[in-house]
Design a protein around this ligand. Structure first.
Ligand SMILES: [Zn+2]
Length: 398
């Protein structure tokens, strides 16, 4: 089938990174009997030569990705803080009476909003997560956020002042369905607020290890503004956030009577300065990433011939590193989360163990897949006398 850009519909899309068949980043295996049934999916990242959108164009069925979604946001403390701040930000900036959030997870934003006296509604596609939110007494529906849902919602409810979506919009293959639903549910002067992982951070920090099946799209400010405008929304504010290695929060209305904020203009300038919206920038990025992967692959493989090597951190990024670099020689992966420890890594089937086991075995090398937390990990495991390795920005041993 002819591939088309998710935002502008152009067929001028081109592969910048081809990782071949990869398992799902969160596809941990519970026991050995699951090894033979493991499914892998094509993982290619494309650039649109027309609007420069970075996207994965072979989406995995969302029913497979999100039916038994094991990520409950409220178990991650920095995220709880992020959403408490976000709730206060929404209330002080837009003073809404009501907020509807799509992809609301376990109510991590709705809960603090409700405590601030706002009428809140949520919708999420994962039935098990919706149950968690409902147990907190929140008005949350299990559904995909589309026109169908909007119609049903309006039969018993008023339109709302704010619609928000955090880390949900960019993971949807059909952004137009979300925008259509949002348009029919928002009051005339209502605001649409979206948070998503930002293409600027992906580029700046070479975060290729976040380019996995769950993360379909990495928007820049330029291409999200263009996409929203095509569907009748005008972006007037944008803020950079540290969440998930670097995100963007944008605000939009269905009219363009509001001047663009200083922060919007600053980010617009930044994108121009680093040529973020030039296809050539991203083509070089792809070449650069392939080089990084090959270096890690070769160096660790050679070391593995005479040394024991472990990895530290089993979250999404780890699946990318161990599979793209074919690190099947790793003896174990250390992770403190009960959601991952005692399971097996997707693809390489490396056993995942709690940190206690790390102390018993003392491997010669430990490759930190969660490289952005390297300092913390090193501090927590200060007894370790072997060599640590981090892959980015350059492969380093310390
Ligand atoms: Zn495009």
């Amino acid at each position: 089938m002819l591939k088309k850009c998710r935002a502008c519909g152009s067929t001028e899309v081109e592969i910048i990174l081809d990782l071949g068949m990869m398992p799902l980043a969160g596809g941990f295996l519970n026991d050995k009997s699951e090894f033979s049934n493991e499914v892998k999916y094509d993982l290619k990242t494309y650039i649109c030569n027309h609007c420069s959108l970075i996207q994965i164009l072979d989406p995995v069925d969302p029913k497979i990705l999100f039916t038994d979604y094991s990520f409950s946001s409220s178990t991650v403390l920095p995220l709880v803080k992020h959403f408490e701040d976000f709730a206060e930000w929404i209330v002080s900036k837009y003073k809404p009476r009501s907020v509807l959030e799509f992809g609301c997870n376990d109510g991590i934003l709705l809960d603090p909003l409700k405590k601030l006296g706002i009428e809140v509604f949520g919708v999420d596609a994962s039935p098990n997560i919706v149950q968690v939110a409902q147990k907190k007494g929140l008005d949350v529906t299990h559904a995909f956020f589309d026109f169908q849902f909007a119609k049903k919602h309006l039969m018993s409810n008023q339109k709302v002042d704010v619609i928000s979506g955090s880390n949900a919009f960019a993971h949807n293959d059909k952004p137009e369905t979300i925008l259509e639903a949002a348009k029919s549910l928002l009051n005339n002067d209502g605001t649409l607020i979206l948070e998503f992982m930002y293409a600027g951070d992906l580029f700046e920090q070479v975060q290729w290890d976040t380019l996995y099946h769950e993360h379909l799209t990495f928007y820049s400010l330029a291409n999200i503004s263009k996409l929203l405008e095509k569907h009748g929304f005008y972006v007037f504010d944008a803020i950079r956030l540290t969440m998930h290695g670097g995100s963007l929060r944008i605000s939009a209305k269905t009219h363009n009577k509001i001047a663009k904020s200083n922060s919007y203009l600053k980010i617009q300038d930044y994108e121009k300065n680093i040529l973020l919206n030039e296809p050539d920038t991203w083509k070089s990025f792809g070449i650069f990433v392939n080089r990084k992967i090959n270096i890690v692959k070769e160096v660790l493989y050679n070391l593995s011939k005479n040394n024991s090597i472990w990895a530290y951190g089993a979250a999404g990024k780890a699946t990318m590193w161990v599979n793209a670099c074919e690190l099947s020689f790793l003896e174990a992966v250390v992770d403190a989360s009960p959601l991952r420890a005692n399971k097996f890594m997707p693809g390489t089937h490396t056993p995942i163990v709690f940190p206690e086991k790390f102390k018993l075995k003392k491997p010669e090398y430990t490759f930190i897949t969660a490289w952005n937390y390297a300092e913390n990990i090193k501090k927590n495991e200060d007894w370790y006398k072997g060599l640590w390795a981090t892959p980015l920005p350059n492969l380093m041993f310390f």
